[in-house]
Write a protein that binds this ligand. Structure first.
Ligand code: SF4
Length: 66
């Protein structure tokens, strides 16, 4: 799994941080910052939830096929 975030779209709602605090953080302006582009497997469900909750669709999740 690879995550990208579009900080220009982020409106600072913080849903991602609430859903997956090990993966997402917010800077002093409330804009999302990514703690890891490749989260551990035990974070994948939380990351998908964060992506679905983000009101600005700033979080893109890509899953590589093996
Ligand atoms: S949920 Fe979306 S809009 Fe809110 S802080 Fe996270 S990336 Fe930004």
């Amino acid at each position: 799994m690879q995550i990208t975030v579009d900080s220009d779209r982020c409106v600072g709602a913080g849903q991602c941080v609430l859903a997956a605090p090990a993966v997402f953080d917010q800077d002093e302006d409330g804009v999302v910052s990514l703690l890891t582009e490749h989260p551990a497997a035990d974070q994948h469900t939380a990351v998908r939830l964060a992506s679905s909750l983000c009101p600005s669709r700033s979080i893109t999740v890509t899953v590589q096929q093996d």
